[in-house]
Ligand binder design. Sequence first.
Ligand SMILES: *Cc1c(COP(=O)(O)O)cnc(C)c1O
Length: 382
Amino acid sequence: MPDARNWFEPLPEYRRRRFPACRREGIELCLEDGRRLINFAGNDYLGLSTHEAVCMGARGALGEAVGSGASRLVSGDDPLMHRLEAKLARWKGFESCLLVGSGMLANIGLLQALAGRHDHIFADRLNHASLVDGARLSGASLHRFHHLDMAQLAGLLVRHPAERRMIVSDGVFSMDGDCANIPALLALAEAHDTLLVVDDAHGTGTLGRDGRGLTALHGVAGHPRLIEVGTFGKAFGGYGAFILGPAELIDGLRQRQRTMIYSTALPVAVIAAAETALALIERGEQVQQLHRQLARFRAGIGGLGFMPSETAIQPLLIGEDAAALAMSARLAEAGFFVPAIRPPTVPEGTSRLRITLSAAHTDEQIDGLIAALKSAMEHGDG
Ligand SMILES: *Cc1c(COP(=O)(O)O)cnc(C)c1O
């Protein structure tokens, strides 16, 4: 019998995930070996994680306490949390909102609360791991459809009738940067009498002129069949997450969602930072700057073979692991941090460079990355 030292089979070196230690200074990453690279790998799309006002918001709340001391159910329920929930619901266009510790916890707890053994979940194959895990934990029958394949989804809905069913999808897909077909998903949910759960972790704060995300962009926020998840970990530049839906649904989750009830409430400083971030997003300066930088990038990468994406996630499909790693290393030599995303995060043979843009990137940094990409491609790594 193995003990705790040899419990896990060792992984081959090329398959090991890497956790490069780095300190962030604004949009720059300071690596342990002394290199400073421009960060094109964060989800801090608006630069709010290091924004002065957001940091000040957190610091102000830190004067009183660090931890919230208990679950919200017991004594960790601060009035600031209720105020932020109300503001988020109004901003997103939903009746009600529930804060949760993180996007991972939100999705795991949400699907576990919504579905049970006799229910059916229909999920896009490229959904985030948290949605896959939540579906498994719920005990519901899980049917996965090919990425964005609405015809296959319609077929599955016909073949698996049941009283309580839900379609579950990422809004913006995190590794491909493309978007769910929200109108088609909602039409199917209505036609087949199911719920629709949309996790718009990457669209929240980035999509639409006002940054309200994919469902607002399509004018369906607040629809009675729709439940949405958002996170503070990305465009909000902080940590934590929230679930939106009809008031009765959110109240039901408050009573049932285990990842919220049995977990310590978010620190108040984190809530204060999110509230400041929301005010900045509503003012719109950073959202508009992100859209300008995205247009600049897309205009410069013609012919380089980027995947079609209108979001801040811009993947360049390479194929083999080794080639993607070599491209990434060449970009690092030129001063840019762009990681190679490899299996098992993405399917075998689809290793890629995943570039993410931020309002904090300067024009020079974006033009510099495009020039470095062109030069790296000429060296044959692509
Ligand atoms: C990042 C992400 C999550 C997890 O959110 P955290 O707040 O980082 O735990 C969930 N869903 C999607 C689609 C994501 O991209």
